[in-house]
Ligand binder design. Structure first.
Ligand code: IVH
Length: 753
């Protein structure tokens, strides 16, 4: 085939594939079989592979996504992306109308009413009919360029054909249809990944992915509802714009109502409320807009929203039902939540049987009693809650509820005493070993930053704890493949087995996790106040986990922190509180005792150069945990299991600087940014930099000392170069670490700052 023939054939095949995409996704009337479509698609792919110079970024074959990118560039909106003012009542709709009538001097105004889609706004810029860029709303004047991700949206036109205007900026909503969202969450559950709370979050989360091949796997969709720049088109209303969208094959917002009276507007709003739950995607209101562009122009806009449009937000649907009982749930952080057990009732699309009562204060404030008739709604259209009691319907037999009495002062799961912290409304189970808290801990334990156990995601973790397979995180290390293979992560009605493959994966990665470094273990245990950095610093100070409870060093950090905090509060100089002579003497004595002790501790600890990431509070929490009964029991069991996590960065004396260790001195105190594809994950490099006393930040600024740049580094590299930040290749970084600094370590392409 000559290049000219290839060009013609690629154009023909592309047009064919695009036409069938449209038929399939938009009209839902496919003309060819899946197999025939696949063949067309493959022919196009092959031809493009043979003539890479002819392949366009907007070829339909690019919908599967491309190379991961480094971060999103920003792009300014030529026409700002405004917001819309929300209204919540008929009265406010009337006010809006009155304002417009006064301004336009006409009682009739051509209006259009359509669903407000609960998704993520995006602007798609087409130049000469080709998709040039897709940009998020951002702050309204500039947003993230998400073109690669948007190209993967099925049915979204990438090329507009011969009739396209020279410049067209189509604005609309990217969203996730309800069924696709539900399926995706089920699949994520099975893979052990975290599920999304609602379709909007799922959409936003998906669009933030840097790997468009992943985005391509998610069920995104797009609906057009507006425009930005528009050149070479003669139209004077939204209704005509809708015709243009149709010609160009864009998915449009439906249903739409047209009217020119305020009563017509209100009627449309209420008709839409009837229909919106059956649209198949989340809507949170009705958008009411002036149809005529001339009238829009006359009304104008404020800096944040046009005066020609409002969004009517629907109140959540409310239903009455009988509250049969109140039970108490122990949440994953130990919080005791009262839950209303209800006569089943249909609210906003689902049947509700239980609703949260939040806490005792809420029960008291609303005066909720067992046997009451209550009003239910879904908060944010998702979580059912009790709004109020219909006191007029209260029977004499209704019973007040007191949470503390109901649970007899004990956690319903572990029967240990419950506590309420000063200033808090919720009762909490504070027993570290309570099974109710175990699933939360297990989640942290298996997470990427901790022991990174494949196959145990949020849902699997919860089920493992719920079904008693894991009561204590260490149970994980005694699970067998056969047990896991038959483990039901679904429900009794709809069982779904974990399967042998997943079971094996869990057992195998757990085996590896036994050898994980101490810092990962310490973080994974989820000890209060002990985050990733504190864990890393603590692990520098001991050789193995079993050394922690007896560590004098950590105890000194605790003591210094506590005494220093007391001194800093400077109780003797307090002007606000009048101290009695007795109190003064007492405090003075303490002060005189603490001050030299802190000084002494400072001197003793100086050589250790303890990072502030491990302060008094974290040290205290660490010691309290390892010295507690549950901590001791854990250590004993670990011994039995033959697990004794070793520190990989044990080096108590901050030998670094003292030894003249040049690696550490080159890195200590320096700020790094990591980008591009390196031989190992970025976390691995991050850990090494931190161990050597350096910091790792997510974005480049003047304060950045080094950019560690791997292959196909993008915008960060450009920025580093423009700011004169030194750029290290992986080899240069290695040289720096291995103590180069001098001759052999000179960064490969260090720029003068
Ligand atoms: S028209 C001048 N129509 O809601 C703004 N917006 O609160 C014109 N939205 O960011 C916007 N559905 O992304 C319009 N049918 C619809 C909409 C809609 C959802 C979003 C839009 C905007 C936000 C404003």
């Amino acid at each position: 085939m000559t290049p000219e023939e290839a060009r013609t054939e690629i154009a023909r095949l592309s047009a064919e594939v695009e036409r069938h995409d449209q038929l399939y996704y938009q009209q839902a009337t496919p003309e060819i079989s899946d197999a025939d479509y696949d063949k067309l698609f493959r022919d196009l792919e092959l031809l493009e592979a043979a003539h890479p110079e002819l392949a366009s970024p907007n070829s339909p074959t690019k919908r599967v996504g491309g190379q991961p990118i480094d971060g999103f560039d920003q792009r300014e909106h030529v026409v700002p992306m405004l917001s819309i003012d929300d209204v919540f009542s008929e009265e406010e709709v009337h006010d809006f109308w009155t304002r417009m009538v006064k301004n336009l001097l006409d009682a009739k105004i051509p209006m259009m009413i359509e669903p407000k889609i609960d998704g993520v706004a995006a602007s798609l810029i087409y130049r000469d009919g080709e998709l040039e860029a897709a940009v998020t709303r951002g702050d309204g004047s500039a947003g993230d360029v998400i073109t690669e991700n948007v190209r993967t949206i099925p049915g979204l036109p990438l090329r507009l054909g011969a009739d396209a205007p020279p410049v067209l900026e189509v604005r609309g909503e990217i969203y996730m249809p309800n069924d696709g969202f539900a399926k995706m969450n089920v699949a994520r559950e099975e893979e052990g990944l975290a599920t999304f709370a609602n379709p909007r979050n799922a959409t936003a989360g998906t669009l933030k992915l840097l790997d468009s091949r992943e985005v391509a796997k998610r069920p995104l969709a797009f609906i057009a509802h507006g425009f930005g720049q528009l050149e070479g088109v003669e139209i004077d209303s939204f209704s005509q714009y809708r015709d243009l969208l149709k010609t160009l094959n864009f998915p449009r917002n439906e249903p739409v109502w047209y009217t020119d009276t305020v009563d017509g507007v209100l009627a449309a709003i209420s008709e839409l409320d009837e229909k919106r739950h059956s649209l198949g995607y989340a809507t949170d209101g009705a958008v009411v807009k002036v149809d005529s562009f001339a009238a829009q122009q006359q009304l104008g806009a404020t800096s944040r929203a046009p005066r020609w449009a409002i969004a009517f937000k629907y109140p959540p649907e409310q239903k009455e039902t009988l509250l049969r009982d109140i039970t108490v749930q122990v949440g994953r952080t130990g919080t005791l939540t009262p839950v209303a057990e209800l006569d089943p009732v249909h609210v906003s699309g689902t049947t509700v049987r239980r609703a949260t009562l939040h806490n005792q204060d809420e029960i008291d404030r609303k005066d909720v009693r067992i046997g009451d008739t209550v009003v239910i709604q879904k908060a944010g259209e998702i979580i059912p809650e009790v709004v109020k009691v219909i006191t007029a319907k209260r029977e004499a037999s209704s019973v007040p509820f007191d949470l503390y009495d109901y649970v007899e002062g004990k956690c319903p799961r572990c029967e240990q005493p419950i506590e309420k912290a000063e200033g808090f409304v919720a009762w909490k189970c504070v027993n570290f070993a309570c099974p109710a808290q175990a699933s939360n801990r297990l989640k942290q334990f298996v997470s990427r930053k901790a022991l990174d156990i494949d196959g145990v995601g949020s849902i699997v973790a919860e089920k493992l704890v719920e079904r008693g397979l894991v009561e204590d995180i260490l149970d994980l290390f005694e699970l067998r493949v056969d047990q896991l293979a038959d483990f039901n992560i679904g429900t009794a009605v709809e069982p779904r087995m974990l399967g042998e493959k997943n079971g094996t994966k869990i057992v195998e990665t757990s085996l590896r996790a036994r050898e994980a470094p101490l810092s990962k273990w310490l973080y994974g245990l989820g000890i209060p106040q002990v985050g990733e950095s504190a864990a890393l610093e603590a692990s520098r100070l001991v050789e193995t986990m079993h050394d922690i409870p007896g560590s004098e060093l950590i105890d000194k950090i605790r003591e210094r922190g506590e005494k220093d905090t007391w001194l800093k509060a400077n109780p003797m100089r307090s002007k606000k509180v009048e101290l009695s002579a007795e109190e003064y003497t007492e405090r003075k004595a303490k002060h005189d005792e603490y001050k030299p002790r802190v000084k002494e501790l400072n001197t003793e600890l100086e050589d250790y150069a303890i990072s502030p990431e491990l302060g008094g509070v974290a040290s205290r929490s660490l010691l309290e945990f390892f010295r507690s009964d549950s901590g001791q029991a854990m250590l004993a069991r670990m011994k039995d299991l033959g697990i004794n996590p070793q520190s990989h960065n044990y080096r108590p004396l901050a030998a670094a600087a003292a030894d003249g260790d040049s690696a550490a001195s080159e890195i200590a105190g320096k700020t790094f940014v990591i980008t591009g594809t390196l031989s190992q994950g970025r976390d691995a490099f991050k850990a090494r930099i931190q161990e050597a006393g350096g910091k790792v930040s997510g974005s480049i600024s003047k304060k950045t000392d080094y950019l560690l740049a791997g292959a196909s580094a993008g915008s960060k590299l450009t920025k580093a170069e423009s700011l004169g930040v030194a750029v290290l290749s992986e080899e240069a970084f290695e040289a720096l670490v291995s103590g180069g600094g001098g001759d052999q370590g000179e960064p490969e392409f260090k720029l003068e700052g």
